[in-house]
Ligand binder design. Structure first.
Ligand code: ADP
Length: 204
């Protein structure tokens, strides 16, 4: 159990005034997150996040799926952006996608090995995407498992980073977002996210 959850439990038993606020805040936060297994390009939502590469000119994996579904206009807009640095994010229209926007973020290339830099860069992808979402009045957003495919970031620590950054951000920005979907594609990620979300976003 992560330390913040212990903190939450301790608070709700030690301070009457804070009990209600904390649990209400926690409850509304939990109600905003969900887990979906499937193709992110199908989601009718304000924004989907693309695990892009630094050229922003398309690639394999989720990036390829998004470009195929969005059509040639997405590629044309991406060309005007002149790339994106690792850990940063840029926004485009969604074109033929049911999503209004695509937020392109560039995850770290881990190749199975993670250190402080790759962890920070992955955290930065989630933070930058959420910041950009807020600036563009995005009220609902879906994240794929950034960097865990071709870029080789191990699945479990990647999920820890994704979930903790989103949780932290929602706590700081309770009025800025209605819905955050973790869109997993593989069975392995579905299992990892289900388990961790049951721990982190449980309402009791
Ligand atoms: P990266 O280069 O950042 O590792 P990948 O696209 O290779 O990006 O993989 C990121 C994640 O996206 C992986 O979990 C992969 O299974 C998943 N993925 C692939 N296609 C889709 C899709 N259509 N919708 C959602 N997730 C997808």
């Amino acid at each position: 159990i992560p330390s913040w959850l212990e903190d939450l439990k301790n608070k709700s038993t030690s301070d009457g005034e804070e009990t209600e606020d904390t649990s209400l805040e926690h409850k509304s936060l939990c109600q905003k997150v969900s887990l979906f297994r499937g193709d992110i390009t199908l989601l009718e939502i304000d924004a989907i996040v693309n695990a892009a590469n630094s050229s922003l000119l398309g690639g394999g994996g989720v990036d390829g799926c998004i470009h195929r579904a969005a059509g040639a206009c997405l590629f044309a807009e991406c060309r005007t952006l002149i790339g994106c640095a690792t850990g940063q994010a840029k926004i485009t229209c969604g074109y033929n996608l049911p999503a209004k926007y695509v937020i392109h973020t560039v995850g770290p290339i881990a190749r199975g090995h993670i250190d402080e830099t790759t962890r920070d860069d992955l955290a930065s992808c989630y933070k930058s995407s959420l910041k950009l979402a807020k600036e563009n009045n995005v009220r609902s957003i879906a994240f794929p498992c950034i960097s865990t495919g071709i870029y080789g970031f191990p699945n479990e620590p990647a999920a820890d980073i994704a979930l903790s950054i989103v949780k932290e951000w929602l706590k700081k920005n309770p009025d800025e977002m209605d819905r955050i979907i973790f869109c997993v594609f593989l069975e392995v990620d579905f299992k990892i996210y289900k388990k961790k979300m049951n721990e982190l976003f449980v309402i009791d």
